[in-house]
Design a protein around this ligand. Structure first.
Ligand code: NAD
Length: 371
């Protein structure tokens, strides 16, 4: 049978190739055991691409990323490429170009606490046990991109730094639509966060989200919260939330706050989505939240779970394979429940294992769950 699901693998640098290897193994498993076939091509990004092509993302790789159904990325960066004279020769520039060219305006960051890792959080177990929330952050607008911007000399030894927070109706509506649609597939609750009390862009955000809700999503329970209160509520009672939608700046901060409640960088997946095409298919990039971890690279020590969970998001959001996404999530949960731990999430009494052995255990668990 011809494969019609096209994936581009960009393992990148450091631990990127090691953790992506475990995704390959799950893809082979799906082919063998679930009769679900992916057409996988592989390219270079970041430092690896600089070494091979002199740039962090070649035109050919970008063209391929634009042509596939989804891109899976490992991580980019490392000390070797930390201080280039030319900013466009930084490994991160490859990732930023991908986000820009694919038009990825919605960044999805789940914060899920696995039962076996409740004690890894700095918060009390009661507060975070069973936590499963999703933050949708606007990724291509707002104060990080608004004009005017810059630092100017205003005389008398004074300088002025300016950034502009700016959002248009369509920018707000498209990210809010993604969030409403996701809420419908989850707990059917959406909380929109801004600072409508002190910012016009926040007021417009609230008005547009409310309007879209009335027009298309009345079945979803919508609430609004000022982002500063949101930051407090996330720590006080995070389980009150299902999906949160917010702008680029607040989303940057709130998604890191929510992520850290789960206690481990090696467990955090992410997805970035673009606008739907005529068939309703969105451009998409999936990647773990962590970086290339040069301190442990090449030693079979990295935790592959964040990348495998990113692949589960890919199955769910790009290919509508919810059942298979759940299989991966459940097998990770069970393997952790059985006491397996890579070094980053090691705890007393647990069994310390390598990247490869964690992959072996997850595949064995997949076999069990799918039989
Ligand atoms: P990092 O996320 O790479 O590592 C931070 C710490 O967490 C390190 O001690 C590392 O060993 C550990 N860690 C991270 N992922 C892990 C995993 N899966 N398993 C076990 N331990 C893990 O962040 P950093 O050290 O600040 O950055 C290293 C490089 O990665 C830099 O070049 C940075 O620019 C780059 N970076 C890339 C991305 C990305 O590709 N999206 C994101 C962040 C940082």
């Amino acid at each position: 049978m011809a494969a019609n699901k096209k994936l581009l693998f960009l393992p990148g640098d450091g631990i990127g190739p090691e953790v992506m290897r475990q995704v390959r193994r799950v893809i082979d498993w799906m082919d063998r055991k679930r009769k679900i076939t992916f057409d996988v091509s592989e390219g270079l990004v970041g430092g690896a691409a600089i070494e091979a092509h002199g740039v962090p993302l070649s035109d050919a790789t970008l063209a391929e990323a634009l042509a596939v159904d989804a891109v899976m990325l490992g991580a980019v960066g490392g000390p070797k490429w930390d201080n280039p004279s030319d900013y466009t020769k930084r490994p991160e520039a490859g990732l930023l170009t991908l986000r820009k060219e694919l038009g990825l305006f919605a960044n999805l960051r789940p914060a899920v606490v696995f039962d076996a890792l409740v004690d890894a959080s700095t918060l009390k177990a009661d507060v975070i046990r069973g936590l499963d929330i999703l933050i949708v952050r606007e990724l291509t607008g707002g104060v990080y991109f608004g004009e005017p911007r810059g630092i100017t000399d205003i005389g008398n030894g004074e300088r002025r730094g300016v950034n502009t927070q700016v959002y248009t109706t369509s920018e707000i509506r498209r990210v809010a639509r993604v969030a409403f649609e996701l809420a419908r597939k989850r707990g059917n609750k959406l909380c929109s966060m801004e600072k409508a009390n002190v910012m016009e862009s926040g007021l417009l955000w609230r008005q547009e989200v409310t309007k879209l809700h009335g027009e298309e999503f009345q079945d979803v329970e919508l609430s609004h919260m000022y982002a500063d209160n949101g930051a407090m509520q996330l720590l006080k009672n995070p389980k009150q939330f299902d999906v949160i939608v917010t702008d680029n700046l607040f989303g940057d901060i709130l998604s890191d706050e929510a992520a850290m409640m789960t206690g481990s960088l090696g467990m955090l997946p992410s997805a970035s989505l673009g606008a739907p095409d005529a068939n309703g298919h969105r451009k998409a990039l999936y990647e773990p939240v962590h970086g290339s971890a040069p301190d442990i690279a090449g030693r079979d020590l990295a935790n592959p779970c964040a990348t495998l969970l990113s692949f589960a998001m890919c199955l769910r959001y790009s290919f509508n394979l919810d059942e298979d996404a759940k299989l991966i999530e459940r097998s990770i949960q069970n393997v952790l429940g059985g006491g397996m731990r890579t070094a980053d999430i090691m705890a007393p009494g647990m069994a310390r294992c390598s990247t490869t052995v964690m992959g072996d255990s997850i595949l064995r668990e997949l076999d069990k769950l799918a039989s």
